[in-house]
Design a binder for this molecule. Structure first.
Ligand code: NAD
Ligand code: TDX
Length: 332
């Protein structure tokens, strides 16, 4: 592999992946990104221009996609509409990008015979009870809850069908909740960090008992590179770093790390259909491909993330006001 096409490379996890690839491999990268509200070219600042090419465009644009597939050796597909709350408000873009966009890329992968890695989420498996000791595995049946997760589930099934029916050389990974730099302020952790910076109290949906399994975005990137390198074609790999925390614990830790009283937050209207708990068993990835996460310690990864938001207000400030206006119109 020498040139990778990274769709959604101006988004949160895609941009972390591009930084990781440039820092840890000798691959070059072409980014294809539509620069929706969630995309930000500044997330790719400082990368070498002779190794990273940026193309503004839509993954549903079949002729552009076809042209770009002809110029690369492999494709890593991050582009998506990614926010559950937005999918409850306006599902249509989720169908267009997550379903039709993935279909458009798969057809190009088929035509050009390109290696394809599809990025997905643990949310395709639905949720677990809070007191259930089980975790998701690659065998857990699909049972998505939201318009977002159902379109991601649909995109995964398209990839599986294109492998089986047309022999596309694809792999899939389903990762748990990511945190780290360059995450949009609509998402839970950056929303609360930037609220505290702005003197706004953090907002916890419902009782705050919902559990998420946190992984640093850089660990997600190393796992994806491992799968691209050594993953078996047609296989799915779950990615997780044993980082289960309930939302209340995360908010209390953010407040403590930012020098505020641990109870200085508000409970707000709960999310409709709010998944209770996600938890990943990543044994297959660890045992079969030898991957391990580098960020073992959630509090220190979170402290570094807080530092990043303190140091990069210019990056997030332009989105903050509109994001909070949207939430407050929903009582959140
Ligand atoms: P994000 O919303 O931060 O970024 C998405 C990027 O895709 C943006 O840069 C956006 O401009 C681009 N994009 C959207 N529609 C496009 C289109 N039609 N054509 C081209 N580009 C388009 O999302 P993220 O959190 O970085 O998530 C990236 C991927 O990882 C998604 O596939 C998501 O389902 C998956 N994932 C996310 C998490 C998480 O915790 N955020 C966890 C597991 C999996
Ligand atoms: O203000 C908030 N208060 C709050 O309590 C927000 C924005 C969220 N929450 C809760 C909802 C969830 O239980 O925090 C948890 C995390 O919320 P999000 O950041 O919206 O993430 P989630 O819905 O869990 O989905 C994320 O992980 C899986 C990503 O957004 C998805 O793209 C990914 O697939």
């Amino acid at each position: 592999m020498s040139r990778l096409l990274v769709t959604g490379g101006a988004g949160f996890i895609g941009s972390n992946f591009v930084h990781h690839v440039i820092g840890h491999t000798d691959h070059d990268v072409t980014v294809l990104d539509a620069l929706t509200y969630a995309g930000n070219r500044d997330s790719l600042e400082g990368l070498p221009a002779d190794r990273v090419t940026f193309v503004e465009g839509d993954i549903t644009d079949a002729s552009l996609v076809d042209e770009l597939f002809g110029q690369v050796d492999a494709v890593v597909h991050y582009a998506a509409e990614s926010h559950n709350d937005n999918s409850l408000h306006d599902p249509r873009p989720f169908l267009d990008t997550n379903i039709v966009g993935t279909y458009t890329l798969l057809e190009a992968a088929r035509r050009h015979g390109r290696r394809f890695h599809h990025i997905s989420t643990d949310e395709v498996y639905g949720d677990l009870e809070l007191d259930d000791p089980a975790r998701f595995t690659e065998e857990t049946p699909y049972n998505p809850s939201s318009p977002y997760s159902s379109t991601k589930a649909g995109s995964d099934l398209l990839v599986r069908a294109w492998v089986r029916s047309f022999g596309v050389a694809a792999t899939i990974s389903n990762c748990s909740n990511n945190y780290g730099p360059y995450q949009h302020v609509e998402k839970f952790i950056p929303r609360q960090i930037t609220n505290v910076i702005r003197g706004i109290r953090p907002k916890l949906y419902g009782a705050g008992e919902n559990v998420r399994d946190w992984i640093h975005a850089d660990d997600h990137s190393s796992a994806v590179l491992t799968i691209l390198d050594r993953g078996r074609i047609g296989e799915t790999y779950l990615i997780g770093a044993d980082g289960e925390q309930n939302n209340k614990e995360v908010v209390e830790l953010i407040l403590e790390l930012m020098g505020q009283p641990r109870d200085a937050y508000d409970h707000v209207v709960d999310r409709a259909g709010h998944d209770l708990r996600y938890a990943i068993d990543s044994s297959k990835l660890r045992d079969e491909l030898g991957w391990t996460p580098a960020f073992g310690d959630f509090p220190s990864g979170l402290a570094r993330t807080i530092e990043w938001y303190r140091d990069n207000e210019d990056w997030w400030a332009p989105s903050k006001q509109a994001t909070e206006a949207f939430y407050s119109s929903k009582g959140q």
